[in-house]
Design a protein around this ligand. Structure first.
Ligand SMILES: NC(=O)c1ccc[n+]([C@@H]2O[C@H](COP(=O)([O-])OP(=O)(O)OC[C@H]3O[C@@H](n4cnc5c(N)ncnc54)[C@H](O)[C@@H]3O)[C@@H](O)[C@H]2O)c1
Length: 326
């Protein structure tokens, strides 16, 4: 099979395009973008591609077997449904959808189809976190903390302010929740979350711009995660993994392991942006070759969204929520 793809949305979608085009003979045939100015620029930059503002032309094109969805969050659900209806494999930017009814419907429909889907959870291919995954002593971990420090407050005041169900859990926390699930091979049983709007008060962004989540994981592990949209800081994924015999740290001061009374630097790459395309490359391999294991399964993606919705429910109701997986 040769992958013939379309990409919707040319923000981060342009990175998808570059990851897909030419990889194992894959080709991006159609770019869908609704911003007129960008369309003019794209026509010059990509003269060999069809540039359209009409997504229907993607779904009606029988050659297209992969659609990469990098539109605003509120379009993801309907675009996934169309992919399912027209039998297109799917790369979906996070978040997959905006509420649990949408999630249930996607899960119900995708189970009936022979369609593959991946979410672009790029921290799974980061060299430093892959190194952490090798070093983590799963049996002895008792506490993990992870902070998604957004460091780009201004971005919240664009389209993210206009989407009714936008949440920083879905837009930022999702990456750290997924990272910790992947590192531990576990998923949380319950969450208590709380948020505030203090740092964005008086702006157009009306949602919580800071959310703190406390998770109960199996094996008596406590996990604390923050989605910090308002920090005056670099964009950063801070992580500490505490076991009874070692501590792994990624901080602005560097990455290191504390063990046997010594602090040793870990040299693996972070933020390792050049490797982010590996997730899409793995997905294309699952489409083309036999017996390739996806970096993230569909059930893991569905469970991740279930966790995010539980976090937002907990912050809204101000009580602990048991997480009921589909
Ligand atoms: N995985 C990651 O690390 C990561 C990073 C950034 C953004 N994202 C996600 O990617 C998506 C896009 O975010 P972004 O930062 O690229 O935004 P952006 O504003 O930089 O770019 C989005 C582009 O998509 C276009 N667009 C939006 N909806 C469209 C539609 N229905 N049809 C055609 N074009 C459309 C816009 O005109 C814009 O050019 C969001 O869902 C966001 O959460 C993920």
């Amino acid at each position: 099979m040769k992958v013939i793809a379309a990409v919707i949305g040319m923000g981060i979608g342009e990175k998808h395009l570059r990851a897909i085009d030419g990889f194992l003979g894959s080709k991006v045939k159609i770019i869908c973008e609704k911003n007129k100015k960008k369309i003019q620029m794209l026509k010059k930059k990509y003269p060999d591609k069809i540039i359209t503002s009409n997504e229907e032309s993607i779904f009606l094109d029988k050659q297209i077997n992969l659609v990469s969805i990098a539109s605003y969050d509120n379009y993801h659900y309907n675009q996934i449904l169309k992919c399912l209806r027209f039998n297109k494999n799917i790369i979906i930017e996070k978040p997959m959808c905006l509420n649990s009814n949408q999630l249930k419907n996607i899960y119900k429909l995708i189970k009936k189809k022979n369609i593959k889907m991946t979410s672009n959870l790029v921290l799974r291919v980061n060299a430093l976190f892959k190194d952490f995954k090798k070093r983590i002593n799963k049996k002895k971990v008792f506490y993990i903390e992870g902070d998604y420090i957004y460091g780009r407050k201004k971005k919240l005041f664009g389209w993210r302010s206009n989407i009714k169900q936008y949440s920083l859990t879905l837009g930022a926390g999702v990456h750290i929740i997924d990272l910790i699930n992947w590192l531990t091979g576990l998923k949380p049983k319950a969450v208590y979350a709380t948020g505030n709007k203090k740092a964005t008060k008086g702006t157009v962004f009306k949602k919580n711009s800071m959310i703190a989540m406390m998770f109960e994981y199996p094996k008596d592990i406590i996990v604390k995660i923050t989605a910090n949209g308002a920090a005056i800081f670099d964009h950063f994924h801070e992580l500490k993994i505490f076991s009874d015999n070692q501590t792994l740290v990624n901080s602005k001061l560097g990455s290191y392991i504390v063990k046997n009374g010594k602090i040793k630097k870990i040299l693996a790459n972070y933020p390792d942006k050049q490797n982010r395309k590996k997730l899409i490359h793995n997905f294309i391999e699952t489409l083309i070759k036999k017996n390739i294991k996806p970096i993230i399964s569909i059930k893991e993606q569905i469970d991740l969204m279930t966790i995010c919705f539980a976090v937002d429910k907990s912050a809204k109701l101000n009580r602990k929520i048991k997480i009921n997986y589909l």
